[in-house]
Design a protein around this ligand. Structure first.
Ligand SMILES: [Zn+2]
Length: 413
């Protein structure tokens, strides 16, 4: 079981440490979105220096390119990307269900690559196998995204997600036992054992669907280190479905929980309160895909979420939309052309310590690559350090003061 120590609690909010084979995550923490095994425009050295504790890659994107076998050959996501800290993988369900022409059945989903049109099939089992081969410390169960926000669609997606969760748990357990036996250990010890030398040439089930026969669905290579599984709580914006999903997931043999699906800003607090009051306290909870708006980080932490990920901060950075304590600004606006102040006073990121708004404005106006790099360093640092301060404020009992001061200034405009 994934080791998670809670150091301090304040209502549903908590401060803790998740102990993974690649190191500890002090929570609450913002996890960098490394969809394709890279955080866009940033090196892992920069991610490390701006204070990031963990990254999250996407199984769907890695299946398409460079292919799971290649990551496995490299020794796993951490080794491949040179990120020697904790790693997560999302199952890819969210991205696959957003594709056109996806065929969904009880068994799984068939889809075409958006790159070359090749056919793929992903099931709860093959998603687990792919994630074990990628070798992230923490995996998300393969979940079913609802067709729409309607109650009926949300309920259907939730029930299928629950049935798929059972299959994920079974497959995860099988792979865990296989990895342990291949590494010559009865159970995993602390740290990172050598990866297994046992190899077969059996094709992987996430290869092109037409090339996969049922008898070939043998999993040959998995990274022989301990890896952990989170269930994904569904239910959209419906309180009764959220409660039902949380109860279902809470009863399963998993290491933690992802909270996914659709929220609206208006009822996120209510949904999280419902879910996190039901989930067992001693396991970590990850709020999937939330954190572009600082208020989401405060609400998430206040109502008991431990980690967050979101592509929003770096995506906005690449467009010149940059966080400051007084809200987001568009650095491309003419008024910054002669502004020789740092982007944000009191920010200790590489961008703000060394460069001015006028310089950033120039880089964006001339479409220099460095514009995206510096902007991404700042925005990622902003969300990472905001969550770090949230952790400190929960610890010393000043969370409400910090939240009120931060949000009233940020959203003052
Ligand atoms: Zn900065």
């Amino acid at each position: 079981m994934l080791k998670f120590d809670i150091e301090h609690k304040d209502g549903l909010a908590r401060v803790g440490i998740i102990h993974t084979p690649h190191g500890d995550i002090k929570t609450p923490a913002f996890v960098g979105a490394a969809t394709r095994a890279t955080v866009k425009a940033l090196t892992m050295k920069e991610m490390n220096e701006l204070g990031s504790q963990a990254i999250l890659a996407n199984t769907y994107h890695l299946i398409l390119r460079p292919g799971i076998e290649l990551i496995e050959e490299a020794g796993g996501l951490a080794e491949f990307s040179s990120w020697h800290k904790p790693t997560f993988t999302d199952s890819g369900g969210f991205q696959i269900f957003s594709l056109p022409n996806v065929k969904i059945s009880e068994n799984g989903v068939k889809f075409k690559s958006h790159i070359d049109g090749a056919n793929f099939e992903l099931t709860p089992e093959s998603s687990m196998q792919a994630q074990w081969a990628i070798g992230a410390d923490i995996h998300m169960a393969f979940d079913h995204l609802a067709k729409s926000d309607s109650y009926a669609d949300m309920e259907e997606a939730m029930h299928r997600t629950h049935r798929w969760l059972d299959r994920c748990v079974t497959e995860h357990k099988r792979l865990r036992e296989k990895a342990a036996s291949e590494s010559g250990q009865n159970a995993f010890s602390e740290g990172l054992p050598e990866r297994s030398s046992a190899r077969t040439s059996a094709p992987r089930p996430w290869r092109r669907a037409e090339a996969t026969r049922p008898e070939e669905k043998v999993f040959g290579q998995i990274l022989s280190r301990e890896q952990y599984l989170y269930a994904v709580v569904q239910g959209g914006t419906f309180n009764d479905l959220r409660a039902e999903s949380a109860r279902y997931c809470a009863g399963k043999d998993v290491d933690g929980f992802g909270i996914g699906g659709v929220f609206t800003a208006k009822n996120m607090d209510e949904m999280l309160k419902t879910v996190n009051s039901i989930l067992p306290e001693n396991k970590p909870r990850h709020l999937l895909g939330m954190g572009q708006e600082p208020i989401d980080l405060f609400v998430g932490a206040e109502y008991g979420c431990d980690t967050f990920d979101c592509v929003g901060p770096t995506r906005m950075a690449r467009n010149g939309s940059l966080y400051t304590k007084d809200g987001r600004i568009n650095i491309k606006n003419a008024k910054y052309a002669h502004d020789f102040k740092p982007l944000m006073e009191d920010c200790d990121c590489e961008c703000c310590k060394n460069y001015t708004r006028a310089y950033l404005h120039h880089l964006f106006r001339t479409d220099e690559i460095t514009a995206k790099v510096l902007a991404s360093i700042h925005n990622e640092h902003f969300v990472v350090s905001t969550v770090d301060h949230i952790r400190e404020s929960i610890m010393d009992g000043t969370f409400q003061d910090y939240k009120n001061a931060f949000l009233s200034r940020y959203y003052a405009k």
